[in-house]
Design a protein around this ligand. Sequence first.
Ligand SMILES: [Zn+2]
Length: 273
Amino acid sequence: MKDLTGLKFGYFTVLEQCEKIPYQHRRWKCQCKCGKIKIVDEYNLIKGKSISCGCYRKQLVSKKMTKHGKTNTKLFHVWLSMKDRCNNPNKKAYKDYGGRGIKVCDEWQNDFMSFYNWAITNGYNENLESGQCTIERIDVNGNYEPQNCTFKTTKEQANNRRSNIIIEYNNEKHTLMEWCEKLGLNYKRTLRRYHVMIKGSKYIKTIEDLFNETSLKRNIILTYDNKTLNASEWSRLLNIPQQTIWDRYNKGFCVDDILYQGNFSKKLSQESR
Ligand SMILES: [Zn+2]
């Protein structure tokens, strides 16, 4: 058997042979060009399957990324911060990730392009603002790896957060936000009306009422300046077209703005000055 001491294989220089394990290839202690020491299987060394401690591949990847101009992408930062959460104890989030034993799989850890290729075929949307499309683990105790991950938009996350308001209607159960999307209702307004309903309102008594836009139009009750009137009464009192009151109400304006007697776009442009 040939002594490999002193020979070079790729980035490796062989330092010495390691203790022989019966029935296995010989292993050699090698020093990489970058200085790292690694034990390498003789077979991998001779066949050129192992040519560096890993730094060659890293260089290749970073070259590849620079070539593709991906280092400036939002996804690149998603990748970096995912690795930080799991590997960098100096990061605030580390205690909830790396600190709990959550890892990034080797494939993603070492190769951005591998992560990139998975991401773009699994729901990642580079056109959304930074932070609007985030990587989520399906099993929150599991690792960052292709089988356990998915991309979620902030809307979907908000949906999850608001899942405490579950509404059953027509034998279907959805969150209030899902209902609003399904029925084309304004979420903010419907949420407000929902709270009115559960406090006990004579206009919004049932889910049917809550989802009924026609009842909404008829029954806008506004309290302002200690007066409680409906839309048509306010309309007469302040000489604002009733349609304007409905429109403003439906846009989610506050009472002050709903009952503003004047040209609203003028008011807005004055305020922003
Ligand atoms: Zn190296």
